[in-house]
Design a protein around this ligand. Structure first.
Ligand code: PEP
Length: 249
């Protein structure tokens, strides 16, 4: 059984104070839920304060990136070792906005992933095609090459600490979500890639999130698909009632 995982990516929204207030309110609303994993990814600046506000909570804190080294002359770098010390549990890697604005590549995601895992953190690895790639029939090629690049040298034993988020770029923040069937088709394809690279058991166990305009109104249909195990949510994770509804889909 794959435990559902609902994650909120707050991007560059919510100040430290707003993040802490929001986390406290969420904590009240989501108390006692243990049949699904709940993750929030506030700004790096708020990670420590949010973790303090969530002591003994069932809500886990993620960051929106992490470096491939633990220390060094990397101005602005965020060390996974430091994140671990704070109590961060997950790092989101390869988000399409990082790929688009910060020249993130699969090779860098792969190095980051290895270091995140070395530091005993879990990772949410994002993949997804652009509209142009989808329309020219290249979705599977793109996903295959992203999975191949991001998972280079990743061992079977590490897979239980990795979640893959399929986030079609054309659906992120656009209000245009993939239909549940479209999303499931790509999820099934990703599971097939994992089966080919590792084995059928690993493919059956790895959790796959869908991301791209997930809202309270569409999460139920998405989660009803056999290969969708969770959601990575941007916009709709920024309001209490909406995130509560997503978690309680
Ligand atoms: C995201 O940030 O990963 C995302 C999917 O955003 P949105 O839900 O706003 O489309």
């Amino acid at each position: 059984m794959r435990k559902p995982i609902i994650a909120g990516n707050w991007k560059m929204y919510k100040s430290v104070k707003e993040s802490v207030d929001f986390a406290k309110q969420l904590n009240e609303k989501l108390k006692g839920i243990v049949d699904r994993e709940i993750v929030i990814a506030p700004t790096f600046l708020a990670a420590s304060s949010v973790i303090d506000a969530l002591r003994f909570s069932n809500i886990r804190v993620a960051t929106q990136d992490a470096h491939w080294e633990n220390e060094g002359a990397y101005t602005s770098g965020i060390s996974p070792a430091f994140l671990k010390e704070l109590g961060v549990k997950f790092a989101i890697l390869g988000h399409s906005e990082k790929r688009q604005y910060d020249n993130e590549t699969d090779e860098r995601v792969n190095r980051k992933l290895k270091n995140v895992l070395r530091n005993d953190l879990k990772a949410i690895v994002c993949v997804g095609e652009t509209l142009q790639e989808r329309e020219s029939g290249k979705t599977e090629n793109i996903i295959e090459s992203q999975v191949k690049g991001c998972f280079e040298g990743i061992g079977l034993g590490d897979l239980s600490n990795i979640v893959i988020a399929y986030e079609p770029v054309w659906a992120i923040g656009t209000g245009k979500n993939a239909t549940p069937e479209q999303a499931n088709e790509v999820h099934a394809f990703i599971r097939g890639l994992i089966a080919k690279k590792y084995n059928a058991e690993a493919a059956g166990n790895i959790r796959l999130q869908y991301g791209g305009s997930v809202k309270p109104e569409n999460i139920k249909q998405l989660m009803a698909q056999p290969d969708i195990d969770g959601a990575l949510v941007g916009g709709a994770s920024l309001k209490i009632d909406s995130f509560e509804a997503l978690v309680k889909f």
